[in-house]
Design a protein around this ligand. Structure first.
Ligand SMILES: [Fe+2]
Length: 237
């Protein structure tokens, strides 16, 4: 059964709309973090959700990005402009992509295709994705202390070469972005069918998608095989 996370899903975690482009706010005792920032048309909605969740946008300290697809980073520059002091963390390769005008143009064009979201921009703001500063080039083994919560960074190439997963050991929760999946056996075929054929919106040839998915699974399986205890109550978002 598939469930779309929305609202407060743990005492430390809130999923903020839109559910098709999920973003999460993780609340530490001292600092707050957002993971991913979907298509650029959702910028105002994300900002409203941040204020609603933590009271004041200035209390959002970090925005960490799982990978360089437009539906995960499209609103990052908008949030960077509207949240004073916000520090963005991402893989170094993502920072390189942002320096290419052709990449930004393509991301803005793909975001603009989501006409169903155009109503989110009631104030008619400029939601164009512009280059934005990345404060932290994240890499395997990096750790960030949010106060009672640690964000541990894993490099999980496959879906994209710059894919990252974020793990919070104190609450046994993994945010794999789109790094995680199953492609072998019946479950794998079902997932590929659900994600690619039914859910859609994946701008990648199907065989390439399946190949990437297989690589992601192998990588994640290797990481988990090294340190995850099967009896824990781990949460994968
Ligand atoms: Fe993606």
């Amino acid at each position: 059964m598939k469930r779309l996370a929305q609202g407060k899903i743990h005492e430390r975690i809130s999923a903020i709309p839109n559910a098709w482009y999920p973003a999460y706010i993780i609340r530490g005792n001292e600092k707050n973090m957002m993971i991913d920032a979907g298509v650029n048309l959702l910028g105002p909605q994300y900002l409203a959700s941040i204020k609603e969740t933590i009271g004041d946008a200035r209390l959002l300290h970090y925005l960490f990005l799982t990978h360089s697809h437009y539906d995960h980073i499209g609103s990052a520059s908008y949030l960077k402009r509207h949240v004073p002091g916000l520090k963005v963390g991402a893989h170094e390769r993502l920072a390189g992509l942002l320096r290419k005008p052709s990449v930004l143009e393509m991301m803005n064009r793909l975001s603009g295709n989501h006409v169903e979201l155009s109503g989110q921009n009631a104030a008619n703001e400029d939601l164009t994705m512009h280059p934005f500063e990345i404060s932290f080039h994240l890499k395997q083994g990096d750790e960030f202390n949010l106060g009672g919560l640690t964000c541990r960074v894993y490099e999980t190439p496959g879906h994209t070469r710059d894919s990252l997963a974020f793990y919070f050991p104190e609450i046994e929760t993994l945010f794999p972005g789109e790094s995680c999946g199953v492609v072998q056996g019946e479950a794998g075929r079902n997932m590929a069918h659900q994600e690619y054929d039914i859910k859609g919106g994946i701008f990648q040839e199907r065989t390439a998608y399946i190949t990437n998915l297989a690589a992601q699974v192998s990588h994640i399986a290797g990481i988990q095989g090294q340190g995850v205890k099967p009896e824990t109550n781990e949460r994968i978002l």
